[in-house]
Structure formats: structure tokens, C-alpha cells
Design a protein around this ligand. Structure first.
Ligand SMILES: CC(C)(COP(=O)(O)OP(=O)(O)OC[C@H]1O[C@@H](n2cnc3c(N)ncnc32)[C@H](O)[C@@H]1OP(=O)(O)O)[C@@H](O)C(=O)NCCC(=O)NCCS
Length: 227
């Protein structure tokens, strides 16, 4: 029998249990301070989101046109919406400069895989220094440590190694996914360094502004806690 592309599994996710920004402790790594957003991050986020090379590989594909557009995005991460995602400002420990942002925007990716989806972006002048990998490893430690409750989730069967048990929902330890443009070689490498496994490649309509009518090839990655 052909393997179904989607299956329902049982897992444990921090749905409805994310702490508010005020209760989130900073995450510290060797070179980074990863902290919850405040309204004071608007200017730093705008610099990041107005670099064309950075925005090119995001779903939006183009820069923010003005501060109001950046504010709209920042509002996703400020109270009262801070409870909906687990996204962080990434700063240099030495200078405090905000060099990037990243985390889980969607707790249950309604699109491709079903699992929580992680993303990240860094200012162009800071690429190639290992910051994305350093961030992702530390972020995942914080992610796995969050309080969880049991949920049923419809996921891509390939993300759970094709484990299917008829009508029964199998219990699977939680995972995170990331979807990367097949041409984004830097991010593909970050995935590899952070212990993610490629589980699919697919083509869909390109959602980026300026690419209407074109297709994009994407790579799906999955990471379990124990990897
Ligand atoms: C992708 C991105 C986050 C990587 O950040 P970073 O801090 O430079 O990542 P790291 O330094 O931790 O690792 C990058 C790795 O990719 C490699 N790399 C970068 N560009 C590459 C390219 N064009 N071809 C091959 N390898 C490349 C680097 O050499 C490095 O690998 P190494 O440590 O083995 O040398 C950054 O380029 C970015 O913000 N891009 C725009 C937004 C984006 O693409 N976000 C991800 C969406 S899925």
C-alpha cells in the first residue's frame, strides 16, 4: 500500500504554554545574547529587514518599505502576541548590537510538515562567522526545555520516518522543522551543522514578491531532541 503523505501522531508541544516575554530568561552563548523583544528593537529590526540580501531568502522576499511595516512584524513578538511564538532578538554579547532574529514563528506549521517551524536571519555584514549555528544550537536547548502538553498533530509522514500504524495515532517525541530554499547554500549548511536531517525536497509556487508565477524548490529539514 502506498505510504500516505500525512499522518496523525501524538506528541508533546508547548501549545498554549509559552511564557510571556517578561518571563523569558535571556539565552547566553559564547558570543551572543539572545533576548526577548522590546519596543526598543524597532530600529535594529528595521536595519535587518531592509537589507535585500537578507530578505531575499525569506517568504516575503523583499525589504520592509518603511518603519510601519517593520512595526507590524515587531508587534507579532510583543505583548499581547508574545504568547503566540518563540522568537528572539539576537545580539552580540560584546557590543549589544542586534545582529539577527530567529526562533519559532508558528507552533504548528499549517503548511508543509505540521511540526513547529524554526527560522533565522542575520545582517549581511555578520554572515560567515558562525552566528546562525551558534544561535540555533542554543535556541533548540531552550526550546526542548519548555513545558509541554500532549497534542494530536497531522504531520508529513516522511518527517517521522514513515512510521504509520493504521488508524492509531503513534506517540512520537516532538521535533522541529525548517524549510530552506534549495539555493540558500548558507542555510543548508547551517541545517547540517545544527544536526537537522533533510527529509524532503519539493516544488511550489514562489510566494516572494517579484516572483509571481514562478516556482521555487524548497528543502524540508527535521530535527529531534536526541539528534
Ligand atoms: C543563512 C544565514 C542565516 C547563515 O548565517 P551565518 O551566520 O552566516 O551562518 P553560519 O556562519 O553559522 O554558517 C554558514 C555556513 O554556510 C557556509 N556558506 C555560506 N554561504 C555559502 C555558499 N554560498 N556556498 C556554500 N557554503 C556557504 C559557510 O561557509 C558556513 O559553513 P562552515 O562553517 O562550514 O564554513 C544568513 O546567511 C542569512 O541571514 N541569510 C538571509 C536570511 C536567510 O536565508 N535565512 C534562512 C532562511 S531558511
Amino acid at each position: 500500500m502506498a505510504e500516505p503523505s500525512k499522518i496523525t501522531i501524538k506528541t508533546r508541544l508547548p501549545v498554549g504554554l509559552l511564557p510571556p516575554n517578561l518571563e523569558r530568561a535571556q539565552i547566553k552563548t559564547e558570543r551572543l545574547v539572545i533576548r526577548p523583544y522590546t519596543q526598543g528593537d524597532l530600529a535594529g529590526m528595521h536595519v535587518l529587514r531592509t537589507q535585500p540580501e537578507v530578505m531575499h531568502f525569506t517568504m516575503r522576499g523583499c525589504i520592509d518599505q518603511n518603519l510601519a511595516e517593520t512595526q507590524e512584524r515587531l508587534d507579532w513578538y510583543l505583548p499581547p502576541r508574545d504568547l503566540e511564538s518563540y522568537n528572539w532578538a539576537i545580539c552580540l554579547a560584546e557590543t549589544g548590537e542586534q545582529v539577527g532574529m530567529g526562533g519559532v514563528n508558528r507552533l504548528k506549521a499549517n503548511g508543509q510538515s505540521g511540526w513547529p517551524e524554526v527560522g533565522y536571519m542575520f545582517k549581511r555584514e555578520h554572515w560567515g562567522k558562525g552566528y546562525a549555528t551558534e544561535f540555533l544550537r542554543a535556541f533548540l536547548d531552550a526550546w526542548w526545555a519548555l513545558e509541554r502538553s500532549e497534542v494530536e498533530l497531522e504531520v508529513d509522514a516522511r518527517s517521522v520516518d514513515g512510521i504509520v500504524d493504521g488508524a492509531q495515532a503513534v506517540a512520537i517525541p516532538d521535533r522541529v522543522t525548517a524549510i530552506v530554499d534549495a539555493n540558500n547554500r548558507g542555510s543548508l549548511r547551517v541545517m547540517e551543522k545544527a544536526g537537522f536531517r533533510q527529509y524532503k525536497q519539493f516544488v511550489e509556487a514562489d510566494s516572494r514578491m517579484g516572483y509571481e508565477g514562478k516556482d521555487i524548490t524548497l528543502v524540508g529539514f527535521i530535527r529531534s531532541k536526541e539528534t
